[in-house]
Write a protein that binds this ligand. Structure first.
Ligand code: 5GP
Ligand code: ZN
Length: 117
């Protein structure tokens, strides 16, 4: 069963109701350009199914995060970025502002070598 939220901006992008620069698609997810890029390459990988964060998506379907990582790798490499960083902000305190699961795919900046972890 597919879940959606009528008020969710990423559900609207998935449905084609809000335009986005699409970088790639897979069976269960779409990759788009971030509207407010924080690096020369900044994609968002968004599963079609609405869940509020990565853990909720994993609980609903353990395979979904694998699909997201595969699509993230595909679009990063297609843009010439073999080195990239994946981020899944979870909770407002960690910087999450859109409560529909997404992976940030960041590449192309020396800031990538800053060690947060
Ligand atoms: P979060 O802060 O939840 O981890 O990430 C949300 C991301 O979505 C932000 O980087 C923000 O720039 C991006 N974003 C928010 N609204 C839109 C939109 O309508 N279109 C696109 N392409 N990106 C969006
Ligand atoms: Zn949604």
């Amino acid at each position: 069963m597919t879940s959606t939220d009528a008020d969710c901006i990423f559900c609207k992008i998935v449905a084609g109701e809000v335009p986005a620069d699409v970088l790639g698609r897979a069976d269960h997810a779409v990759a788009i350009q971030d509207l407010n890029p924080q690096a020369p390459f900044h994609a968002l990988v968004i599963p079609f199914d609405h869940h509020e964060n990565a853990a909720a998506s994993a609980a609903a379907d353990p395979a979904v995060l694998g699909h997201l990582v595969s699509l993230a790798d595909e679009v990063a490499r297609a843009a010439g970025n073999d080195d990239y960083r994946l981020i899944a902000n979870t909770g407002a305190g960690a910087g999450q502002t859109v409560f529909h699961t997404h992976l940030h795919v960041l590449a192309g900046t020396s800031r990538m070598t800053e060690a947060l972890v």
